[in-house]
Design a protein around this ligand. Structure first.
Ligand code: OSB
Ligand code: MG
Length: 369
């Protein structure tokens, strides 16, 4: 594909309800939509960096800079045969996985549209529907949290994840477990604990949770392995895994028994699939995490989660859970068995609602050779 034109759109999307994690609360979500035109075909990608560096060091600002000054110049006017060749072109850029992944996704979309194949087919995914759950933010009170859990169960979600932070953890999780003894339940700390303070999470070990996600710091695989040795509940790594090498070392170190794969965090779908394959060989189950994506990133996550070792439900909820107005014409809904159907049309299988895109865009810029 000859890369003729790239346009970046800085979007700000209004969430239906505030989303609070251990690193902060948001009521709007920023991201960058990437539009790549190659051989006359338009492909779309989503860079999942947010406005603030709370989840990771990247932001919309850093990702825009890295794309504009390094990634786009590396491919503009070039003939890129396959997304793998794009990774070679940008191998000299250290880190900035979210920025890299946004462009990679758009190249996959172009590739699929050119070949008449869905992303699921291109990645070798098998499932036509993928099991999903919902990620519930920290609420003002335990009562409000329980009401939210009730509400999502009513809607048909069969797996619930709640966000926790010190002081808003054990009691909340015990309350949910008491009301729903058989619920598939997991918690996500987003690095809010240290090896010293994580001792307070020990009562969670009696609640038959699916997993405890990222209790400790991103750069702390070693302490995760010490903690895992103390817990019978599987620890799941999210923020700590940015590459295939991290995944291998985490498995070797027994730093966790489950991995959350987010294509953005690992620099794109190619690395995501490699990590999936490694985990499959190592008997480590994986699931697809979410970054409050628009319909673009959601379509990509669904295709990825169709691979066979994505055996745990993903944080890929129905479109209506997130925004008042999404930027794709296609909206994803929950099937009665708590699955979402993977798009079948070529590429990502979604189209852009131009009017909605215009309303969500704070700034945009087009790059040509
Ligand atoms: O840690 O999984 C996370 C959202 C933003 C940043 C980090 C995380 C999340 C979620 C949301 O949990 C999952 C979703 O997209 O539904
Ligand atoms: Mg997480």
């Amino acid at each position: 594909m000859l890369i003729e034109r790239i346009t970046l759109y800085h979007l700000r999307m209004r969430l239906k309800a505030p989303f609070e994690t251990s690193f902060g609360s948001i009521d709007t979500r920023d991201c960058i939509l990437v539009e790549v035109t190659a051989d006359g075909v338009d492909g779309y990608g989503e860079c999942v960096a947010d406005r603030d560096p709370g989840y990771c060091y990247e932001t919309v600002g850093t990702a825009w800079h890295i794309m504009e000054d390094f990634l786009i110049p590396a491919i503009l006017g070039e003939n890129i045969k396959h997304p793998i060749n794009y990774l070679d072109q940008v191998a000299g850029v250290r880190g900035h996985q979210l920025a890299k992944a946004g462009i990679e996704m758009a190249l996959w979309d172009v590739q699929g549209k050119q070949q008449g194949k869905s992303l699921r087919q291109l990645l070798g995914g098998s499932k036509e529907r993928v099991p999903v759950g919902v990620s519930i933010g920290i609420k003002k009170s335990p009562e409000k949290l329980l009401a939210s859990v009730d509400d999502y169960l009513e809607k048909g979600y069969q797996r619930i994840k709640i966000k926790i932070k010190p002081g808003r953890d054990v009691k909340e999780t015990q309350l949910i477990r008491k009301r729903y003894p058989n619920l598939a339940l997991q918690v996500d700390a987003n690095s809010a604990y240290t090896i010293e303070s994580a001792g307070m999470l020990k009562p969670l070990d009696d609640l038959d949770l699916l997993l405890i996600e990222q209790p400790l710091a991103e750069d702390d695989l070693w302490d995760h392995s010490r903690l895992q040795a103390e817990f019978s509940t599987p620890i799941c790594l999210d923020e700590s895994i940015h590459s295939l090498r991290h995944a291998r070392q985490a498995i070797e170190m027994k730093a966790g028994r489950v991995i959350n794969i987010k294509p953005g965090r690992v620099g794109g779908l190619i690395q995501a699939v490699s990590i999936h394959d490694l985990c499959q060989e190592s008997d480590i189950p994986v699931w697809c995490g979410g970054m409050l994506e628009t319909g673009v990133g959601r379509a990509s996550n669904l295709a990825l989660a169709s691979l066979p070792n994505f055996t745990l439900p993903g944080d890929i909820s129905a479109s209506e859970r997130y925004y008042f107005e999404d930027v794709t014409n296609e909206l994803f809904s929950l099937n009665s068995d708590s699955t979402i159907t993977v798009p079948e049309r070529p590429g990502l299988g979604v189209t852009i609602n131009r009017e909605a895109l215009k309303r969500a865009t704070l700034r945009n810029k087009t790059y040509t050779p």
